[in-house]
Ligand binder design. Structure first.
Ligand SMILES: Cc1cc2nc3c(=O)[nH]c(=O)nc-3n(C[C@H](O)[C@H](O)[C@H](O)COP(=O)(O)OP(=O)(O)OC[C@H]3O[C@@H](n4cnc5c(N)ncnc54)[C@H](O)[C@@H]3O)c2cc1C
Length: 387
């Protein structure tokens, strides 16, 4: 079986490559196994926002917002070619659920949680320029607020973190599907299908970063570990053949008052997202549904009636949310790091945000500390540049 690695990671999405980066930066030997392609799962199908998550203030997720805003600052500094600040616009009309004072209150809290750093301020702006430039409907408009968040290319960011991990010594195997795991004598033996052959690896710690496949991967492990009850929630985006708007519009869907973003994306306009329970068994088979496409087109036409809205593409991704008997909006969005006392050194990542990947990876490494040997630190992920 060869040498025993310090850390093995199942899944080459943002969370898997981030743990690889943090482990390699801490001086550990590490390998990532990805069954399809790097970022081929949820990490290429997000809204592509590096944000604190203004709307999570409504569900009291203050620590998630604070952490995400701090990570946003680091990314703006360390990855300026991949993460760029973008103005966000919130229009308020008589039917908008959140009143102007509530928007101002939320944005003030957002600025405070961001410690009033650059790109945390907000202001009320005149609607005329935007109406003319982007075609925003101004009938009955009661106020238009502008604040800042950031946008990225999620797949490119994931690949950049992977490159950073590799440059620190991490090994990345792809395509490489983990087909079995046995825990024996404090070591995890991992069976990996590498192209036509089967290989075996050994590692002291194992991280399950399989995204929507999380429980399928947990079920591969012997002896069996408890899985958590989850819902896979599908989110769809559409891309329409209209020029990119001058910023990101944060609007309320008239149908159900959900928050929807209308964003610039590669010179065109992207609209998203939806939330529907995914009933399929294969996460790779998720596809945009016709009713989701129609819902998003209706939202777009409601706010930008003069735009054509000719559909050119649509894509869907899956969120992992811990099962609760309430609606998806109210569920915690931070990563839940699950461990099982009978399997020391195994950590399983449920859910989470693209934005908080680095902080989550550092927390994972802290929790693995007791099973890993002491090593000489090579780098600090807070200052590693990403290109
Ligand atoms: C619609 C939508 C919009 C979102 N928007 C945002 C946003 O704007 N900002 C933000 O911060 N977050 C956002 N998120 C959340 C964010 O995208 C995810 O939290 C993140 O991408 C999850 O990454 P991951 O690495 O956990 O999972 P994934 O990216 O899904 O990676 C898991 C990987 O594991 C691999 N794998 C599975 N089983 C095996 C196996 N047996 N062997 C080897 N490999 C395996 C898969 O192929 C896959 O590549 C959004 C999520 C959704 C669904």
């Amino acid at each position: 079986m060869g040498v025993t690695l310090d850390v093995g990671i199942i899944g080459g999405g943002i969370q898997g490559v981030a743990v690889a980066q943090a482990a390699a930066a801490a001086g550990h030997t590490v390998a990532v196994w990805e069954q399809a392609a790097i970022a081929s799962g949820t990490s290429s199908r997000s809204s592509k926002l590096i944000h604190g998550g203004l709307r999570y203030l409504e569900t009291g997720q203050f620590s998630l917002v604070r952490k995400s805003l701090a990570e946003r600052s680091l990314l703006l500094k360390n990855a300026p070619g991949l993460v760029r600040p973008v103005p966000f616009y919130i229009p308020v009309y008589p039917a908008t659920q959140r009143r102007p004072w509530q928007v101002r209150f939320g944005l003030s809290l957002y600025a405070l949680l961001g410690k009033l750093q650059p790109y945390t301020g907000f202001k009320k702006i005149s609607s005329h320029y935007l109406a003319e430039k982007d075609g925003l409907i101004t009938t009955d408009l009661q106020g238009l607020y502008q604040y800042w968040d950031a946008q990225t290319d999620d797949a490119a960011l994931t690949r950049a973190v992977m490159q950073s991990a590799k440059s620190l010594g991490a090994e990345v195997y792809c395509p490489a599907r983990v087909g079995g795991v046995k825990y024996l004598d404090n070591v995890y033996e991992v069976t990996v299908e590498l192209e036509a052959q089967t290989s075996r690896f050994a590692c002291k710690a194992l991280v399950n970063a399989a995204g929507p496949w999380v429980n399928q991967v947990l079920n591969l492990i012997e002896p069996m570990s408890a899985t958590l009850d989850i819902d896979l929630v599908q989110g769809t985006h559409i891309i329409v053949d209209d020029d990119a708007p001058s910023g990101i519009y944060y609007v309320e869907a008239p149908q159900d008052r959900r928050a929807v973003f209308i964003m610039p994306w590669q010179g065109k306009t992207m609209v998203g997202t939806t939330e529907h329970r995914y009933m399929g068994t294969d996460p790779a088979a998720v596809q945009p549904r016709q009713d989701e496409i129609e819902y998003l087109l209706q939202v777009y036409h409601q706010y930008f009636p003069q735009r054509r809205g000719k559909l050119i593409d649509a894509f869907a991704g899956l969120r992992v949310l811990l099962h609760q008997d309430n609606n998806f909006f109210k569920r915690p969005r931070d990563t839940f790091i699950h461990s099982d006392p009978s399997l020391p050194g195994l950590l399983t990542l449920y859910g989470g945000k693209l934005t908080g990947y680095r902080a989550t990876a550092e927390e994972v490494m802290q929790r693995l500390d007791s099973v890993l040997p002491e090593k000489m630190k090579k780098a600090d992920t807070r200052s590693l540049e990403l290109t």
